[in-house]
Design a protein around this ligand. Structure first.
Ligand SMILES: Nc1ncnc2c1ncn2[C@@H]1O[C@H](COP(=O)(O)OP(=O)(O)OP(=O)(O)O)[C@@H](O)[C@H]1O
Ligand SMILES: [Mg+2]
Length: 267
C-alpha cells in the first residue's frame, strides 16, 4: 500500500457511510493467472471514482469482484477482503442476490432483456414479490426518470426495449439497475460503444446520480475520466499504482507510470 492511500483508510469501521467500498490487500486469480495483486483502496460514497489503465490491467476484474459477478467463473479464487459498508462481501451470511441489488452493474454492451421497456425496469421489483400494478408503475416511472429516459419512452413503455437506440437501451439498463435502489452503481465502459451525444447524456446522468449513489466507472476515455470523476485510480498489470483526486492524477501524478499513461506514452 502506498503512502498516498494510507490517509484514506478510516480510523474505525464506524466511520464508514452507506455506499462505502473498501478493498484490503485484495488479490484475485483466474486459475493460475493472477489478475489483481494486493489492491487496497477506499471508494467514498456520493462520489464518482474512475478506474483507468491499459487493457488487461484488471479494471473489469476489480469491478466484477465488487458484486461477486466473478463467482460465476470456474477456477477463481481471491485473497484479502472487499467490504461494503464495513461488511465483508464474502461473509458466509451474506446473500449474494441481495448484494447484486445493492451493487448494480452496467456493461459496455447494453443488454436489455428481450422484453418491453416496462418489463425490463419492473424486473427486479417483481422478483422481490411486488405485484400491485400501481406500485410497479411507480417503480418504473421513478427509475426511468432517474435514468433521464422517461420523457423519451413514456408513450411506448409496452414496446420492446430492443427497438430503442443504443444510448436509450443503455439508459434502460441503468434504469433497471436503479429500480433496485442500489447504493453502488458499477459502470464498465458504459459509453464506449455510443455516439458523442449519447455519451454526453450518460456523463450528465452520472453527474446527477452521484448525489445519491457511489459510482465506480471504468473508462478508456481519459477526457471522460477527467470530466466525470472525483477520484481516479490508475491500475497497471493487476496493481493499483496510484489513487487520488482526479485533478491531481491528471495534472500532478506522483508516479512515473501514471504520468506515462495519461500523457499517452503507453496503453
Ligand atoms: N474469465 C477469465 N478467465 C481467465 N482470465 C481472465 C478472465 N477474464 C479476464 N482474464 C484475464 O485477467 C486479466 C485482467 O483482465 P480484465 O478484463 O480485468 O482487464 P481490463 O483492465 O478490464 O481490460 P480491458 O481494458 O481490455 O477491458 C487479463 O490478463 C485477462 O486476460
Ligand atoms: Mg475491461
Amino acid at each position: 500500500m502506498t503512502a498516498t492511500l494510507e490517509h484514506r483508510l478510516p480510523k474505525s469501521r464506524q466511520a464508514l457511510q452507506p455506499g462505502t467500498i473498501e478493498a484490503r490487500d485484495f488479490s484475485f486469480w483466474y486459475g493460475k493467472k493472477q489478475a489483481l495483486n494486493n489492491i487496497s483502496l477506499i471508494v467514498p460514497p456520493s462520489s464518482v471514482t474512475a478506474l483507468i489503465g491499459p487493457s488487461g490491467c484488471g479494471k473489469s476484474t476489480f469491478l466484477r469482484s465488487i458484486n461477486r459477478l466473478n463467482d460465476l467463473i470456474p477456477g477463481i479464487r481471491h485473497e484479502g477482503d472487499l467490504s461494503l459498508d464495513g461488511q465483508s462481501i464474502f461473509d458466509k451470511d451474506l446473500d449474494v442476490v441481495a448484494l447484486r441489488q445493492r451493487v448494480g452493474m452496467v456493461f459496455q454492451r447494453w443488454n436489455p432483456f428481450p422484453k418491453s421497456i416496462y418489463d425490463n425496469v419492473a424486473y427486479g421489483a417483481r422478483i422481490n414479490g411486488v405485484t400491485r400494478s400501481s406500485e410497479l408503475d411507480e417503480v418504473v416511472e421513478r427509475s426511468l426518470r432517474r435514468a433521464a429516459l422517461w420523457d423519451e419512452v413514456k408513450d411506448r413503455l409496452r414496446t420492446s426495449a430492443l427497438g430503442l437506440s443504443g444510448g436509450q437501451q443503455q439508459r434502460v439498463c441503468i434504469a433497471r439497475a436503479l429500480a433496485n435502489q442500489p447504493e453502488v452503481l458499477l459502470l464498465d465502459e458504459p459509453a464506449s460503444a455510443l455516439d458523442p451525444g449519447s455519451t454526453q447524456k450518460i456523463e450528465e446522468l452520472v453527474y446527477e446520480l452521484k448525489r445519491e449513489l457511489t459510482i465506480v466507472i471504468v473508462t478508456h476515455n481519459l477526457q471522460q475520466a477527467a470530466r466525470a470523476s472525483d477520484h481516479t485510480a490508475f491500475f497497471f498489470s493487476g496493481q493499483l499504482v496510484e489513487l487520488g483526486p482526479t485533478d491531481q492524477i491528471f495534472t500532478r501524478p506522483r508516479e512515473e507510470r501514471t504520468d506515462a499513461y495519461i500523457t499517452g506514452r503507453f496503453g
